[in-house]
Design a protein around this ligand. Structure first.
Ligand SMILES: NC(=O)c1ccc[n+]([C@@H]2O[C@H](COP(=O)([O-])OP(=O)(O)OC[C@H]3O[C@@H](n4cnc5c(N)ncnc54)[C@H](O)[C@@H]3O)[C@@H](O)[C@H]2O)c1
Length: 260
C-alpha cells in the first residue's frame, strides 16, 4: 500500500526510537521524510538508523521549543520536496525525577511543558500555517501518552504535559476545520513502548530488564509490550487519506491497559 506516494512528512524528535520507526513506516508507504531533531550527534544517529545512505531521510536541526526553528524546518521541508503533507509532533521527554506531586521542581515542570507542550503547540502552528496555504491541505499527528489520561504517584509533570497535548490537539482540530483549512489534527496515546525514553527508569524500578519487561507486559490485558511499529502504524493511519473524516481523535495504543 503506497498511501503516501508523492507526499512529504516532517517528524520532530525524528532521531529517537519512535521517530525512526514512524519514518520507516511512512517511507515504506512512499513518503519522502524529513527528520527534525536536536543537532548534537545527529549525523551519527542518522547514519546508525539508516545505514544505507541512498535510503536515508533528510535531517533538519530542530529544537521544538523555538518557534523560529519550526519555521525554518518547515521551510526546509518545502524547499527540499515542494510541500509538507504530514507533520508528526513526536519530540518529547520524560522527567528525570520520579517524585510525588508536592515535590516536583517548578523548573522541571517547566522543562517538560516547554518541550512536550510548547513544542507540540509550535509544531501544530507551523504545520497549520504551511498546510492551509497549499492545495490538498495536510495532516498533523501528535504524540500524547496514556499518562495524560490518568493520575500517578510520581509522574505528575509528564502526565500533565501529555494531557495538555491531548486537548490542544482537539482545539487545533476544531479550529482548523471550522476555518476551512483542510488540515486534520489527531493524537496517538501509547502505553509503555520499550525505548530508551523509559528503559532505564523501568529497569531501575523493577530491578532488572526481564523483570521490568514482564511487569510491563502484565500491565495490559493483551500481555504484550506495545511496539514502535504499533505506534507507527497508528500514526500512518491517522496521517493517511484512510482517516480523511477523522480529526481531533485520540487513538490509544496500549493493549487495553487503560480500559481495564
Ligand atoms: N516510549 C514510550 O513508552 C512512550 C509512551 C507514550 C508516549 N511516548 C512519546 O513518544 C514520543 C517519542 O518517544 P521515544 O520513546 O521515541 O523517546 P526517545 O527519547 O527515543 O526520542 C525522543 C526524541 O526527541 C528528541 N528531543 C528531545 N528534546 C527535543 C527538542 N527540544 N527538540 C527536538 N527534539 C527533541 C530527542 O533528541 C529524541 O531523539 C515522545 O513524545 C514520548 O513522550 C513514548
Amino acid at each position: 500500500m503506497q498511501r503516501f506516494e508523492q507526499q512529504t512528512a516532517l517528524i520532530s524528535g525524528g532521531l529517537g526510537a519512535m521517530g525512526i520507526g514512524i519514518a520507516r513506516r511512512l517511507m515504506a508507504e512512499g513518503a519522502r521524510v524529513v527528520l527534525g531533531d536536536l543537532p548534537q550527534g545527529a549525523p551519527e544517529r542518522l547514519a546508525a538508523a539508516f545505514p544505507d545512505a541512498a535510503g536515508r531521510p533528510a535531517f533538519v536541526s530542530l529544537d521544538v521549543t523555538q518557534a523560529s526553528q519550526w519555521e525554518a524546518a518547515v521551510a526546509e521541508t518545502i524547499r527540499l520536496h515542494g510541500r509538507i503533507d504530514v507533520l508528526v509532533n513526536n519530540a518529547g521527554v520524560v522527567s528525570t525525577q520520579s517524585v510525588p506531586f508536592d515535590q516536583i521542581d517548578l523548573a522541571e515542570w517547566q522543562r517538560l511543558f516547554a518541550i512536550n507542550v510548547d513544542g507540540t503547540f509550535l509544531g501544530v502552528q507551523a504545520g497549520l500555517r504551511a498546510m492551509k496555504a497549499q492545495s490538498g491541505g495536510g495532516a498533523i499527528v501528535n504524540l500524547g501518552s496514556i499518562a495524560g489520561y490518568v493520575g500517578s504517584k510520581e509522574g505528575g509533570a509528564y502526565g500533565s504535559s501529555k494531557s495538555a497535548v491531548r486537548n490542544l490537539t482537539k482545539q487545533a482540530a476544531v479550529s482548523a476545520a471550522r476555518m476551512g483549512y483542510n488540515v486534520r489534527v489527531n493524537a496517538v496515546h501509547p502505553g509503555y513502548v520499550w525505548t530508551p525514553l523509559i528503559e532505564q527508569k523501568l529497569i531501575q524500578q523493577f530491578g532488572g530488564k526481564e523483570a521490568a519487561m514482564e511487569a510491563v507486559r502484565g500491565m495490559n490485558p493483551m500481555h504484550h509490550i506495545v511496539g514502535v511499529d504499533d505506534v507507527a502504524a497508528a500514526v500512518a493511519f491517522l496521517a493517511s487519506a484512510d482517516a480523511r473524516m477523522i480529526t481531533g481523535a485520540d487513538l490509544v495504543i496500549d493493549g487495553g491497559r487503560l480500559i481495564q
